[in-house]
Design a protein around this ligand. Structure first.
Ligand SMILES: Nc1nc2c(ncn2[C@@H]2O[C@H](COP(=O)(O)OP(=O)(O)O)[C@@H](O)[C@H]2O)c(=O)[nH]1
Ligand SMILES: [Mg+2]
Length: 320
């Protein structure tokens, strides 16, 4: 098994060791290894798994402009006052690596740029085999190992990515603000169902009470079963209400049991398998000669062929 080490390959064990010591350069390297995926990423995540910490992960979601980035910056300030090491990850499903939206976030969080106990990074979420959640989870595992006390996740954009962020977060915070009108209505029902905390940010602006009522009504209609979802007011620009938000997030994440974490990780693994199977079927279909592909698709469209049968055959051909 133990051949001569390939100099082109990353020394994964060494990287994991340096990461655990909290070396900033190892962190950057480990995150890019995790981001690229494949064999090296798997080896790295396995090396980290052994001494996995359970760092709380707080997902911040909500319409663009509601103040998520500003709020995260204010939360970092509060957490630093409490001597916590904070990692903030921005998940951007729309833009390719180092896209524009993230630079804005970087600038806004700029005050923390020189603090060695704050780590801010964007996760490019390209079409990832196995789904976006897999990508985020790998980055979370890496910052966990590096000894951060809390991870704040910002979703940039909306839609499916919000749901995937909620899948990896211990606490999901939905951030609304006055004056967003239809954008507020566009908050996905699925996200409200998993929301642990609702925040009305920009409470300094008129209409904040109305926004709180709107959010409460949406919550009441869409997930009547869920109780005790606090609705908090914040002014991210001044830090007003932010300590209470940090407290509520800490309280919620402390209430997550190891069994719940485990169950969530298992659901994630199942999703990953199912997403990967779908992607493999699509790849196999695209690899067929045009004529053959057309015939298969037409058979399924017309109802003449059993999709399960066709999918199984495609997977078999790919592995065989
Ligand atoms: N008046 C007011 N403006 C805020 C507040 N929080 C954020 N903003 C402003 O709202 C705009 C959007 O904030 P940003 O953090 O980029 O929102 P994001 O798109 O949700 O990340 C910026 O111009 C912020 O300065 C607040 O509490 N009050
Ligand atoms: Mg933002």
């Amino acid at each position: 098994m133990s051949g001569r080490p390939d100099p082109r390959q990353t020394d994964i064990a060494g990287l994991a060791a340096r990461l655990r010591k909290g070396e900033t350069r190892a962190l950057a390297k480990a995150l890019s290894v995790a981001d690229i995926g494949g064999e090296e990423a798997r080896a790295l995540l396995q090396a980290l798994d052994r001494d996995r910490r359970e760092t709380p992960v707080v997902g911040m979601t909500g319409p663009p402009g509601s103040g998520k980035s500003t709020l995260i910056s204010a939360m970092i300030r509060t957490l630093r006052e409490r001597d916590s090491k904070v990692a903030a990850l921005a998940v951007d499903p729309s833009s390719p690596k180092s896209g524009g939206a993230i630079l804005g976030d970087r600038a806004r969080m700029g005050e923390h740029g020189s603090d060695p106990h704050v780590f801010i990074r964007s996760i490019a979420a390209r079409g990832h085999l196995g789904g976006l959640a897999l990508n985020i989870q790998a980055s979370i595992d890496v910052v966990n190992a590096a000894g951060f006390d809390i991870v704040l996740l910002e979703t940039v954009g909306a839609g499916q990515s919000e749901i995937e962020v909620a899948q990896v977060a211990d606490v999901t915070v939905v951030v609304g603000a006055p004056g967003l009108g239809d954008d507020l209505q566009a908050i996905k029902a699925g996200i409200l169902e998993v929301a642990d905390i609702l925040v009305v940010n920009k409470a300094d602006l008129p209409g904040a009470d109305e926004t709180a009522r709107q959010l409460e009504a949406m919550l009441g209609l869409r997930s009547a079963i869920r109780r005790n979802t606090p609705v908090l007011s914040t002014v991210a620009t001044t830090g007003g209400g932010v300590a209470a938000l940090v407290d509520a997030a800490a309280q919620r994440s402390a209430a997550v049991t190891p069994e719940e974490r485990r169950a969530r990780a298992e659901r994630q693994a199942v999703d990953r398998l199912a997403n990967t199977a779908g992607a493999l079927v699509r790849d196999a279909l695209n690899a067929l000669p045009a004529e053959e592909r057309r015939a298969l698709v037409e058979g399924v469209r017309a109802g003449a062929a059993d999709p399960g049968e066709v999918a199984r055959r495609l997977l078999n051909e790919q592995t065989g």
